[in-house]
Design a protein around this ligand. Structure first.
Ligand code: E4P
Length: 220
């Protein structure tokens, strides 16, 4: 499973990239707003992210009509070669995805909650499909069960083009562990979760013991 960072924060992206594991970045309008981003700076901000991360960087469209989504998507895709246009799953979004895919532009279909939505996104030409996990948990449904079903269904078919499932709306370590066990291609995780994923108390305790013993070696 590849790790994407789910953020628009440049420092977080730089730090994760320095760890050597950053395979991509996903942003959305809320994440950009959280950074205090302005409309005027949006395209430049996406370009900065693309300079730090050479993997796919998802930039989301906000239009609701297919022609407008396509126009927005074409503009976003021109910002950098690794921009992926993020489009919500809805009828107009599917139509826009078809058109963008036909133009050779990679699309990440987002706000995906069900098996049919994922299959339809893939059929429309999406290169990535993003099932949301945490938002199911928010409404007291089992987000991981939904994710597992969706992965099984997607693996049943050959869509005639590469499609990767991105486990999204990840809130904690267990979401990531389960996504990996279920065979999600990618998990897009907030930086706070990524930091927790690299840690274990036994790692810290083991390191402490090694360092203490090394002091003995030095003083012997
Ligand atoms: C990523 O593609 C999604 O936009 C993001 O994971 C949504 O996460 P949230 O449900 O925590 O807002």
């Amino acid at each position: 499973m590849k790790f994407f960072l789910d953020t628009a924060n440049l420092r977080e992206i730089e730090e994760a990239a320095s760890w050597g594991l950053l395979a991509g970045v996903t942003t959305n309008p809320s994440l950009y707003a959280r950074e205090g981003g302005s409309l005027a700076d949006f395209h430049a901000h996406i370009q900065r992210i693309c300079e730090i991360c050479d993997g796919p960087v998802s930039a989301e469209t906000v239009s609701l009509k297919r022609d407008d989504i396509v126009a927005e998507g074409v503009e976003l895709a021109a910002l950098a070669p690794n921009v992926v246009v993020k489009v919500p799953v809805m009828p107009e979004g599917l139509a826009a995805t078809k058109s963008l895919a036909e133009q050779g532009i990679d699309v990440n279909m987002t706000l995906c909650f069900t098996v049919p939505q994922a299959l339809m996104a893939a059929r429309a030409g999406a290169r990535y499909v993003s099932p949301f996990v945490g938002r199911f948990d928010d409404i007291s449904e089992d987000g991981l069960e939904h994710l597992g079903n969706l992965i099984v269904a997607m693996n049943n078919y050959d869509f005639g083009h590469p499609v990767e499932v991105i486990a999204a709306s990840v809130r904690h370590n267990q979401h990531v562990v389960a996504a990996a066990l279920m065979g999600a291609d990618i998990a897009t995780v907030p930086f706070g979760v990524l930091e927790k994923l690299v840690k274990h108390p036994l790692t810290d305790r083991g390191l402490e013991a090694f360092l203490a013993d090394w002091e003995k070696v030095k003083n012997a």
